[in-house]
Design a protein around this ligand. Structure first.
Ligand code: DHB
Ligand code: MG
Length: 621
């Protein structure tokens, strides 16, 4: 279907927004009135510019507080509308959005509203304009799309149809299934927005917290499948009021917005197929599909990059991983244990402190996954490889992390690329490491929502609702991207604004954390200190016996118990921007010890403070 976006979604001037939308590949835009009013381009210039850019001007919006009013107000409203129709003619826009009255309606009557919209329809038709009537979730009388449709039906005017906006429908919990009863040709426009589930007044929720499809908690795939089933042939248009997107780079946000629509159409097409409803099936033909892939099965490797990786290497040795070799041609070393593989890369890393630079994911079909990433316009990472080396397709995630796609090896077989490493040691035996449990990635507040869409759309990860974790610098927003079976888990955290250099971490799953911790201590590892208060609190919360508590304390282990199972874990100190966590999951525990995260964050902040005081002293001496 054709793609469109409301100018209100983006930052910048109208010209900048138009250029960014065209560059991203949108077919058209909705002109939001304040963007027009604030522009020094004439309507004719805007029209010409749109033509040059290959953008259609799909909708003029909004016309507010029109219907359900007394006769004197209606006269004035018709005058206001007519002035807009004149401007629309100059712009060459044929559809106007009329939102349900929130302020001046005094007559609660579908009959009256329909009659007034009919009069508006007559006026609009004389300008060649169509009216798309939308129920705002906080409309004075009309706050439900089904009522808006009844009024449109009653108005029974060829120039009056309805506009469906997913936010107003789904935020109120109204069942979108009834859309199927509206004839497609009477749906004049469709606006799409996702949103997180929040308990707040719906107007503030709508004006500040909308998200692009795939970033929130609404089922937009089902919504669009239902819309497509009506035979609606207009554009799918994004209307996302969001404070972050209105401050971020216009081109980047427009590209990210279009990705959400490409993904959404594919989701909707899939849903239409699943419904196996012949009517929907036929009509959903306009939904563009992309290459389909199964979510990744596991983390193949994690790449840590630094000018000097020796401190990380010491830590991996203390944790009981084994040096498996030096790359044949590059300053890159491999450490592993079980299915945990850490690649230490010193190439092109001048002045770089250790950081998580890349992640390899095992997929069933790397060719299909690469094609899908391309269709979603994700930037590829160029990687020079020698003729006899494994070529892994790579992409840049929104925080700059490089993501590589590796074909899943047969069970028990090491990935082909590991054979490029030489002069390593035999793995420690018996090893108790299983696999990379999770990789915690940090984003700025600007990158976070885009990252959720990236992992959802490109790799098919799920995004359960977000949580918040207390830290000494405020609440840290956290959202886990994961596969259903937990084979890949990527908690995404938003860095506090005061510390954009927030560390990221790699968590390694093992089957005997007590022995891992004991060996690490014997090899001189300094753990992230856990305060005594933590153990007192643990005793109070979980009613632990004294012996277990002592054992936890002496090993500096943390413990969480969920509805299912138990989670034992500990953290290393950080080197540069990276640290490690070792975890042991028991009996189906599916969380991340979120209750322990504030203790970790406080402990890290304490160490950072000590380190900065130390640096200060040295600086003075
Ligand atoms: O918040 C608003 O006022 C507003 C205006 C126009 C729309 O299409 C909408 O969904 C909301
Ligand atoms: Mg709307």
């Amino acid at each position: 279907m054709r793609t469109s976006i409301a100018t209100v979604c983006l930052s910048g001037s109208l010209e900048e927004k138009m250029a960014a939308c065209a560059e991203a590949g949108f077919d058209g835009i909705e002109v939001f009135e304040p963007d027009l009013v604030g522009s020094d381009l004439s309507p004719e210039e805007i029209r010409a510019r749109a033509t040059r850019l290959g953008l259609s001007l799909d909708l003029y919006q909004p016309l507010r507080d029109f219907e359900g009013v007394d006769e004197a107000t209606l006269t004035d409203n018709l005058r206001r509308a007519e002035a807009r129709f004149v401007v629309m003619n100059r712009l060459g826009i044929d559809t106007v959005l009329v939102c349900s009255n929130v302020a001046t309606a005094t007559v609660e009557s579908d009959e009256v509203a329909a009659e007034q919209l009919r009069r508006l329809g007559d006026l609009a038709a004389s300008y060649g304009v169509r009216v798309a009537y939308e129920a705002l979730a906080w409309g004075r009388y009309v706050d439900d799309y089904r009522r808006a449709w009844r009024i449109v039906e009653r108005a029974d005017h060829p120039a009056v149809g309805t506009c469906l906006d997913s936010f107003h429908i789904l935020s109120r919990g109204h069942d979108p299934a009834d859309i199927a009863w509206i004839p497609g040709e009477k749906i004049f426009f469709v606006q799409l927005a996702d949103a997180p589930r929040l308990t707040m007044d719906v107007l503030s929720w709508s004006r500040h917290h909308r998200l692009f499809p795939g970033e929130g908690d609404f089922d937009l795939g089902g919504f669009v499948a239902t819309v497509a089933g009506t035979g609606y042939a207009g554009p799918l248009s994004l209307e996302v009021f969001n404070d972050t997107f209105r401050q971020t780079d216009t081109h980047r946000t427009a590209a990210h917005a279009l990705r959400s629509l490409v993904w959404l159409q594919d989701q909707a097409a899939r849903r239409a197929d699943d419904r196996a409803d012949d009517r929907a099936d036929d009509r959903a033909g306009g939904l563009a599909t992309i290459s389909r892939v199964a979510p990744p099965a596991a983390v193949d490797f994690v790449e840590v990059k630094a000018e000097d990786t020796s401190a990380v290497e010491t830590m991996l040795d203390q944790l009981g991983l084994t040096f498996r070799g030096q790359h044949r041609t590059k300053p890159v070393r491999l450490w592993s244990a079980g299915e945990v593989r850490i690649v230490l890369n010193e190439q092109h890393a001048r002045d770089l402190e250790p950081e998580v630079a890349g992640i390899g994911l095992q997929v069933e079909d790397a060719v299909a996954a690469e094609a899908r990433a391309g269709q979603l316009a994700v930037a590829p990472v160029p990687r020079r490889t020698q003729a006899d080396e494994q070529r892994l397709a790579g992409f840049a995630a929104p925080n700059g992390l490089e993501v590589f796609l590796a074909e899943r090896p047969a069970p028990g077989v090491q990935p082909a690329w590991t054979h490029e490493f030489e002069h390593g040691l035999a793995p420690e035996d018996p090893g108790c490491y299983l696999a990379v449990d999770h990789v915690n990635l940090v984003h700025t507040w600007q990158e976070h929502d885009e990252a959720v869409l990236f992992w959802t759309s490109v790799l098919g990860l799920d995004a359960p609702p977000a949580t918040e974790v207390a830290s000494p610098q405020g609440l840290v927003r956290s959202r886990v991207m994961r596969t259903a079976d937990g084979g890949v888990r990527l908690p995404l955290n938003v860095a506090p604004q005061v510390s954009p250099e927030y560390p990221e971490h790699v968590a390694l799953a093992c089957s005997d954390i007590w022995s891992v911790a004991a060996r690490a201590r014997a090899r001189g590892m300094e753990f992230l200190p856990v305060p005594d208060n933590y153990y007192d609190d643990l005793a109070a919360r979980l009613g632990l016996d004294a012996a277990l508590l002592d054992r936890l304390r002496s090993h500096q282990l943390l413990l969480d118990r969920g509805p299912e199972g138990e989670f034992l874990h500990f953290y290393t100190r950080r080197v540069g921007r990276v640290f490690f966590e070792v975890v042991q999951r028991a009996a189906g525990y599916d969380g991340y010890g979120a209750g322990d995260a504030p203790v970790r964050l406080a402990s890290q902040a304490r160490l950072d403070r000590v380190a900065s005081v130390g640096r200060g002293r040295r600086g003075r001496s």
